[in-house]
Design a protein around this ligand. Sequence first.
Ligand SMILES: Cc1ncc(COP(=O)(O)O)c(C=O)c1O
Length: 383
Amino acid sequence: MDSNQTLPQIDLPLDLIHLGIGQPSSQLLPIKEMEKAAIHCLSKGNNFFLAYGEERGNSNFRETLAGFLSAQYPNKVDPGQLLITNGNSQALDFICTLFTSPGDTVLVEEPSYFLALKIFADHKLNLISIPVDDNGIVTDVLKKKLETLTPTFLYTIPTYHNPASVTLSFKRRQELVEICAKKNLLMVADEVYHLLNYSDDPPPPMGTWSNQCPLISLGSFSKIMAPGLRLGWMHTSVDLVRKMAGSGLLVSGGGFNPFVSEIVNSAICLGFLNTHIKRLKTIYSQRIKIFCTQLRMYLPDQAVFKVPKGGYFIWVKFPDSIDTNDFRKAAQEQNVDFYPGSFFSYKKGLKNYMRLSFAFYDEEFLAEGARRLGKVIMENENH
Ligand SMILES: Cc1ncc(COP(=O)(O)O)c(C=O)c1O
């Protein structure tokens, strides 16, 4: 491989290609743009963002963010419906702190984002799963479960799902809103990949329906700019913003991350965020083309996957008789790794799946990773 390539900066053995990792490669972290944005913001001679911030996030930033989102989404976003967070992980933890007690039931998808499952476990929540198919969460199963259960909230990843890569159809979005309204069930929609589409626009984000049922939609700058910013937002009803802004944490500490918010405010106003998202879409689309072609070439025919239309992930299904955990060690020995399907199931099901990502490596590494993975699987199949 070309030794001049920038290797991802993460604590991994040098020769390992870890295809499970879902974060942007270091070449995609926009240091120059952040430098310019920081200078722009720090040289204005105004220091309000060094004070404790407004509990819901400083109003100038919420206005800029609302303007940015309104330009991306089919519907207008009102700054009064936004609450600034430290990203979706913190937002999930905050929601658990505010709205749950240990032992409460929370509905999650099967599969679901494995680290959200960990946050829910930290809060000692009792998880029950609802399956996901090609059109997202299966609303008929949800309806049935709600005949006997009264969960505290439902956690869903509607668009470019992690790990399943599927998107909730428009019809199912409407059904989900109707169900949550009827049952007064809080929907927590993690929309972290919504703005990373590689072909047509996805259906409207769930935040669009935030006045029609109890709903908190979570957005983050982690995937569209940089995870180190630790910055995101909630899009919800004005009432829920008011309620959360009154929490002890926000009243004591002021809004989450006012300093970084102001730098990102400059990055948006200077047009850097729009340009960066366009660049990411071009690069990820190219990676998907190469990676999927190579995977098709090297993986056995029984390994099936769909070409992602957005987000970060490829969710590969093997025949039921296969447990992807069984060949993970052999894969690591051959300097390739992946995340087994069981990570994404709180009951450790989905053993015949694996999650791969194209976010962390460029085409050359992805192609080599696909070749190594195919070799390991073929060798283990023959045993
Ligand atoms: C579905 C989902 N939610 C949340 C996160 C973490 O988001 P943040 O960096 O905003 O905490 C990720 C990151 O992989 C994710 O895939």
